[in-house]
Design a protein around this ligand. Structure first.
Ligand code: ATP
Ligand code: MG
Length: 422
């Protein structure tokens, strides 16, 4: 036997038994986003490396050390997308979606980051992204938060905390950055390696450090809220007023800066303490300069991303996932002569709206009934030579004990099943 090849580290096979939670999440998301008037967009997994360098920021962890970047066969540098916003903005500009109009868009799919794999942190993971363009005020930021709150309610998820912060604009951040650098320099001896790196390249990123020893230093750092310009302050207060109207509880975390450079005015994050160290399930914010940065006409934008693996974990942990879907009926076929008739019978029942698994690959009665049990079906139909001759089907209820079967006329079996499946 040849040596087995295994999956790449940090990438997950999502096996059939895990899919009920995923499908519940995806269906609920789709229903809610449709109801709010968001339209789906899908962009390629691969983009030019430059797109991410320019939007996410060269000094971020993502661009600095987490991207899957390589030269393609013609020597162009391309990257597996680490997040969705940049690609959506690129597509929006390219197809004229972001000029003189408002757009509400959403996207879902896999993202790639070369991180240290651990529970809730993978190298291929999935996000749902929601982005809104052309609306400069806090109303749309509030709508995004309300939408996420509705999603948690619809899914039944409890125990999430909403954190919000205002981070000004690139201009107002200049003064704050100076103060922050002054403060961090005075604590240089206590900074970890990574934070010292960030201090010189991109000091706000120090606030995003997950290192435990850094937390007291971060907590005592100057607050960005003391340096806000009037526009940002008004925007932030506007958001809070909408949240109060909607009775959505939040905490202001003045050290929340998020891991991407492009945010302006507002950032927010939904967190949980039920997933260990990986507590962030959804994060986003406003990015008013991004469209212009990527070559479009200036246009405000705001959005968020949900980490699907973490949300599915929460669904399972809080017992919010039902059983895997199963067929209602399993058709067991006995004997070669009945095979074609059995397949026809199955199709006929499907035409009548029943979900049917038809036995393929032969097998004796015992093994076919074992498969019927495993399929989760409520009824097994037994269709053999005798049944075919008599134009009947034998029906066995798989949810009751015993072996009794009923013979039902071939032409009436669909109606019989529908009556008994109610
Ligand atoms: P974290 O602080 O956990 O690294 P982040 O700030 O890098 O998250 P974003 O880039 O804003 O996260 O992505 C939005 C969401 O995507 C996160 O809140 C999280 O739920 C999820 N996410 C991010 N990175 C990963 C990953 N490597 N594996 C699984 N989920 C992830
Ligand atoms: Mg991260």
């Amino acid at each position: 036997m040849s040596r087995r090849i295994q999956v790449i580290r940090g990438m997950n096979d999502l096996l059939p038994e895990a899919m009920a939670g995923w499908q519940r999440l995806e269906a609920t998301v789709q229903t809610i986003l449709n109801a709010y008037g968001y339209r789906e967009i899908r962009t390629p997994l691969l983009e030019k490396t430059e797109l991410f360098a320019r939007s996410i920021g060269r000094a971020t962890d993502i661009v600095g050390k987490e991207m899957y970047t390589f030269d393609d066969r013609s020597g162009d540098s391309i990257t597996l997308r680490p997040e969705a916003t940049a690609g959506i903005v690129r597509a929006g500009i390219e197809h004229g979606l972001l000029h003189n109009q408002v757009q509400r868009l959403w996207h879902r799919g896999p993202m790639f980051r070369y991180e240290r794999p651990q529970k809730g942190r993978y190298r291929q993971f999935h996000q749902i992204d929601v982005e809104a363009f052309g609306m400069p005020g806090p109303d749309i930021d509030a709508e995004l938060v309300l939408l996420t709150a509705r999603l948690w309610r619809a899914l039944g998820i409890g125990g999430l905390t909403l954190e919000i912060n205002a981070i000004g604009t690139p201009d107002t951040r200049v003064t704050y950055r100076k103060e922050l650098v002054r403060y961090l320099e005075s604590h240089r001896g206590q900074l970890d390696e990574d934070s010292i790196q960030r201090l010189s390249k991109n000091p706000l990123r120090v606030l995003d450090s997950k290192v435990a020893e850094m937390q007291p230093i971060i907590a005592a750092a100057p607050s960005i809220l003391d340096y806000l310009d009037d526009a940002s302050r008004t925007h932030f207060e506007g958001l809070q007023a909408y949240l109060a109207d909607a009775e959505i509880a939040y905490v202001i975390n003045d050290k929340l800066v998020r891991g991407l450079d492009y945010y302006t005015h507002i950032v927010f994050e939904w967190t949980t303490d039920q997933l260990g160290a990986q507590g962030s399930v959804c994060g986003g914010g406003r990015y008013d300069g991004l469209v212009e940065e990527l070559g479009g006409k200036p246009m405000p934008g705001t959005g968020f991303a949900i980490g699907m693996e973490r949300l599915v974990d929460l669904l399972n942990q809080q017992d919010l996932v039902g059983p895997e879907p199963s067929p209602e009926v399993y058709v067991a076929i006995l004997g070669a002569a009945a095979e074609r008739q059995g397949m026809k019978l199955s199709e006929r029942l499907r035409n009548q709206g029943l979900s049917v698994q038809c036995n393929c690959g032969g097998g004796n009665l015992k093994s076919q009934l074992r498969r019927a049990d495993k399929s989760g079906a409520r009824f097994a139909l037994l269709f053999g030579e005798q049944e075919r001759e008599d134009r009947v089907v034998s029906v066995k209820n798989l949810r009751t004990q015993g072996t009794e079967q009923q013979r039902i006329a071939y032409d009436e079996i669909g109606d019989y099943l529908k009556r008994n499946l109610l």
